[in-house]
Design a protein around this ligand. Structure first.
Ligand SMILES: [Zn+2]
Ligand SMILES: [Zn+2]
Ligand SMILES: [Zn+2]
Length: 136
C-alpha cells in the first residue's frame, strides 16, 4: 500500500508535514490535481511551499505533469516504474467533461504514431475527453 510515509522513504526525501499533506491529497483524490486545487484543499499551506514541493516530487519521479487541455497544469501520481529524473508516463489521460476530473489510463494501450519524415517526437500527450464511469 502506498502511504505518504513510505513514498517519501523510498525516494529518500525528508519527511515533512507539508510533504505528507500534499502526498496525502494525491493518494486520496486519485485524480490529477492542480496547484489551485491543492491551495483550496490545504489553505493553511504557503503557496510557494506548495509549488516547490510539487517540483521536488516531479523531479523525484513521484508525480507527473498532466496537460489536459483545460489550461491549468495538473499533476498525478506516478507508478512504480518512474524514478528520479526518469519518468515513464507515456499513458493516455482522460478528462471528464462532466465532473472535470482528469485521470491516468495506465492500462489503455497508446496507439503508435508515425510522423512524417524529418520529425522527431519528444513527448506525446494524449488526452481523451468524455464522460467518466462515475458520471455515466
Ligand atoms: Zn512519472
Ligand atoms: Zn466524471
Ligand atoms: Zn498520468
Amino acid at each position: 500500500m502506498k502511504t505518504p510515509e513510505n513514498i517519501l522513504k523510498s525516494t529518500g526525501i525528508k519527511s515533512t508535514i507539508v510533504r505528507k499533506k500534499i502526498l496525502d491529497s494525491f493518494i486520496s483524490n486519485g485524480v490529477a490535481i492542480s496547484n489551485q486545487d491543492l491551495e483550496n484543499n490545504l489553505p493553511d499551506l504557503d503557496r510557494v511551499t506548495v509549488y516547490r514541493t510539487l517540483l521536488t516530487f516531479e523531479e523525484k519521479g513521484i508525480i507527473h505533469k498532466v496537460n489536459d487541455g483545460t489550461g491549468s497544469v495538473k499533476y498525478a501520481m506516478c507508478h512504480s516504474d518512474c524514478s528520479e529524473h526518469h519518468h515513464q508516463d507515456e499513458h493516455i489521460h482522460f478528462h471528464c467533461t462532466q465532473c472535470d476530473h482528469t485521470i491516468c489510463l495506465d492500462d489503455t494501450e497508446v496507439p503508435s504514431i508515425s510522423l512524417p519524415d524529418g520529425y522527431k517526437m519528444e513527448s506525446c500527450d494524449i488526452i481523451i475527453k468524455g464522460i467518466c464511469k462515475n458520471c455515466h
